[in-house]
Design a protein around this ligand. Sequence first.
Ligand SMILES: CC(C)(COP(=O)(O)OP(=O)(O)OC[C@H]1O[C@@H](n2cnc3c(N)ncnc32)[C@H](O)[C@@H]1OP(=O)(O)O)[C@@H](O)C(=O)NCCC(=O)NCCS
Length: 188
Amino acid sequence: MAVVELGPERCDALLRFFGELPEGDLTFIKEEVTDPETVRSWATGDSAGGRWVAVDTGGEGGDGRDDVTGYVAVRPLPGWSDHVGEVRLVVAPSRRGSGLGRELARQALVGAVSSGLSKLVVEVVAEQGAALALFTDLGFSGEALLRDHIRGRDGELRDLMVLAHHVSDTWSGMDTVGVADELGAPAG
Ligand SMILES: CC(C)(COP(=O)(O)OP(=O)(O)OC[C@H]1O[C@@H](n2cnc3c(N)ncnc32)[C@H](O)[C@@H]1OP(=O)(O)O)[C@@H](O)C(=O)NCCC(=O)NCCS
């Protein structure tokens, strides 16, 4: 398994990955993920932020194809918040719980800081324990709680948490997870 920047050669595998995700998980991406043209346009490396995929080389089913097993994007917000990046992360249901989400989120943080963003935010459904745990460990903390903000297909209302990471405030936090080293920052 490798985490790589999204390039044109991974777009077909990424489209297959999105096509197999449960509909509820697709909502975390907030973009038209089943449209081939949209996904292909992502691979041209536009603006700040970035997109990365986890790839199983050779394909799980022994068919020789590369499979995408996870996706993370950092999308800069528009206008007066263009120093802020929003993280969108999803891992294939069959691969959850093995550290892949953590690895992708870490890659997103490194990429976002390298591209000059100074704040990152992520929206997490309040009961998503895994998402809360992994972002908190990377130096994110709760900045807003929006009550009854999400309505699931079952009609049930859920709370949404906005977690944020302020890059300049958290160098020491990043140091503890090895991100500062990767960015070439002075230790300590
Ligand atoms: C959130 C998500 C990306 C996590 O992916 P993952 O590959 O399972 O994550 P990891 O395996 O790295 O697990 C992260 C941590 O959460 C912990 N965890 C897993 N399930 C948990 C739960 N129900 N409660 C608390 N912690 C949990 C894991 O133990 C792990 O900690 P550890 O490394 O100390 O053991 C995945 O569940 C997903 O795609 N969810 C749907 C989309 C989503 O919610 N995205 C986040 C907002 S954009």
